[in-house]
Design a protein around this ligand. Structure first.
Ligand code: SF4
Ligand code: SF4
Length: 152
């Protein structure tokens, strides 16, 4: 008859030690996270953002505009809108609606480069004739809003 041995199962002991160490590690980080969340000084998120990205002239985009941005990029540069814009007819050397919409068709433009705000009377005539249904008057409002931010 075989004798029962009380030999220690080394791999099992190692597994248990590793498991305990993992739990201790997890517990430590969990508690540290909670404590730092409680005692961390609240920062002004917008202020911190602006300070960090000031040199790159990157600005936060208001949520409202962020949601509308995809609809601004449907422009095919047909320039139909230009022919209906009374403001552009008054000043053909100014910025055409198609130009301003085209500025947003790929990525956000550098608003600091614009010398002035778009000369738009918000009449919405242009967008009624846009074959792509681009909300052109909203694009104009967006450009004015972003330009305003660069001068604040
Ligand atoms: S906004 Fe519309 S009408 Fe104006 S250029 Fe673009 S697609 Fe044409
Ligand atoms: S909404 Fe603005 S850009 Fe469009 S036709 Fe009127 S003035 Fe021109």
């Amino acid at each position: 008859m075989k004798e029962k041995t009380n030999r220690v199962n080394a791999p099992q002991v190692m597994r248990t030690i590793k498991k305990l160490m993992s739990l201790a590690f997890l517990g430590y980080h969990f508690n540290a996270h909670i404590i730092t969340r409680i005692f961390r000084r609240k920062r002004n998120g917008l202020k911190a953002f602006l300070q960090f990205y000031q040199r790159d002239q990157i600005r936060p985009l208001p949520r409202e505009w962020g949601q509308k941005l995809p609809s601004f990029s449907a422009c095919t540069q047909c320039r139909v809108c230009d022919t209906y814009c009374a403001k552009y007819a008054e000043n053909p050397h100014g910025m055409a609606p198609s130009f301003l919409v085209g500025c947003l068709s790929r990525s956000l433009t550098d608003f600091d480069l614009f010398a002035g705000v778009p000369n738009c009377g918000d009449c919405t005539t242009c967008e009624k004739h846009c074959p792509q249904s681009v909300p052109i008057s909203e694009v104009m409002r967006f450009m004015k809003d972003m330009k305003q931010q660069t001068t604040d």
